[in-house]
Ligand binder design. Structure first.
Ligand code: SF4
Length: 461
């Protein structure tokens, strides 16, 4: 904390130095996506250190054990390539741990060497190292490009490539790509889709895997996640609804091109209007009416918004994180008449700036805002020092700024290392919108209760 007090207010142009990045590395996303396939063990093709870091980051976020294999590169593999290590690993893992699927992702090291996962996976198959009815899928995830979101997206495409087929008979189901959201969010997306009376295949699906209930018995592969028999049918679905342009867009377009399953790519259903879009798309793609119970859930959000509008109106917000979350959060904040004035994502990408600009224009943002793609937390802190805000929204790394500047802080995004709740309670859908508003309102009112003079302490807000 003390260190951050030395963050200077004067901003110097930096082009080759990142300080406190607002992203992490690709394989973490690939590992998280792979955990959303039932019976799947993620496998890190690189050194043990990478795998330990990725597993521990996921474990710290979910407070659940995260299993993954590693090719355990040493000097030899680093010079001559990791093919022998991976072939041995595939054989050992299927023999000892008996997963149904091994999902291999690369690391900086194996990418730099140039290991060809297609070729190694084929060789494993030819040499009989993949037992009958078992699968090896893979994704290339070099961490010196993109971010954890890119890695998630690449593994989603790896899942589609690994299981989808062109000539699948039509099933009438809908593919749903949830994007990088919490397991609680995936559960909520499934609940809403079921309420629309639709048959769907949601993948990846980490609900019940990384937030498994404690029932007294450990299962390395919980009875949860997208089923292989369903994944084999994705090519026969009548449409794909992809949530989040960055995390889900590429996979949806791959399935559109390869399997001729038409796709609709939407922002993550965070907030009122984004959830409306999701429900409306399900209605159109699935050919169903929206049931009254969903209308009622929506009505509660509108009720909350109008009851508490005076506390949201005009408040300045700084937010950072992944592009898909930020796009929907910014729209929701604007719908609450709040002012998202500082926005940073660490994930590179060409469309983010335009998507935010479109929301700001549509909602007639009354004050200027700053936005940085590939930015970092140091810059965010400098912006805040120059233009203070009323609220921070982002991952755990914002707690230093929150403490130093005494700003209310709502944790949202990845990773959240110092609070609980994200695994269990959604922020997507109408229920998620209620929860987000509750979290924002509570940090405002807690600050008011803490700091208001005794004579002005309010009992009723
Ligand atoms: S950045 Fe590269 S070397 Fe570092 S942990 Fe991630 S994959 Fe491994």
């Amino acid at each position: 904390m003390t260190l951050l007090r030395h963050t200077p207010k004067d901003i110097t142009e930096r082009s080759a130095l990142t300080i406190n990045p607002a992203k992490t590395c690709q394989p973490i996303g690939a590992m998280y996506a792979a955990l959303g396939v039932r019976g799947c063990l993620p496998h890190s093709h690189g050194s043990q250190g990478c795998c330990a870091y990725h597993r521990s980051t996921l474990t710290r976020h979910y407070k659940d054990p995260i299993s993954a294999g590693t090719s355990s590169f040493t000097e030899g593999a680093s010079v001559f390539g990791g093919q022998a290590n991976l072939l041995q690993a595939i054989q050992n893992i299927f023999t000892i741990y008996e997963p149904d699927v091994i999902a291999v992702h690369t690391t900086c090291l194996s990418e730099t060497i140039g290991d060809d996962l297609n070729q190694i996976a084929d060789k494993a198959q030819q040499e009989g190292k993949v037992p009958e009815g078992k699968y090896v899928i893979h994704a290339s995830t070099p961490s010196y490009v993109g971010s954890h979101v890119t890695g998630f997206s690449n593994m989603c495409t790896g899942i589609a490539k690994g299981f989808g087929r062109k000539d699948t008979p039509k099933t009438g189901k809908i593919n749903i790509l949830p994007g990088w959201v919490e397991p609680s969010d995936m559960e909520e997306i499934k609940r809403l889709t079921s309420m629309m009376d639709l048959k769907y295949i949601l993948f990846p699906d980490t609900s019940g895997v990384v937030n498994a209930p404690l029932l007294g018995e450990y299962h390395m592969f919980p009875d949860a996640g997208a089923k292989i028999e369903d994944l084999k049918e994705i090519g026969g679905s009548k449409g794909t609804v992809a949530l989040g342009e960055t995390a889900s867009g590429p996979t949806a377009r791959y399935m559109d091109t390869e399997f001729k399953v038409p796709c609709t790519v939407l922002p993550l259903p965070i907030g009122l209007r984004a959830t409306d879009r999701f429900i409306d798309t399900l209605r159109k793609v699935g050919g169903r009416n929206v049931p009254a119970v969903i209308d009622n859930e929506r009505g509660l959000v509108v009720d909350f918004m109008s009851d508490m509008h005076q506390y949201f109106h005009g408040k300045k917000v700084a937010l950072w994180g992944d592009p898909d979350q930020l796009v929907s959060l910014v729209e929701f904040l604007r719908d609450l008449d709040m002012l998202p004035v500082h926005i940073v994502t660490g994930t590179p990408g060409k469309t983010f700036e335009k998507r935010i600009a479109a929301i700001m224009e549509e909602t007639k943002m009354p004050v200027p805002y700053k936005l940085k793609v590939g930015g970092d937390m140091f810059l965010m802190h400098q912006w805040i020092k120059n233009e203070p805000v009323d609220l921070l929204i982002g991952n755990t790394y914002g707690k230093y700024i929150a403490r130093d500047e005494n700003i209310p802080f709502v944790r949202h995004g990845f990773p959240i290392l110092d609070r609980q709740g994200h695994q269990y309670f959604p922020t997507v859908g109408y229920k998620g919108a209620l929860r987000l508003m509750e979290m924002i309102l509570n940090v405002f009112l807690d600050k008011a209760d803490r700091e208001s003079p005794e004579a002005k302490l309010e009992l009723v807000y």
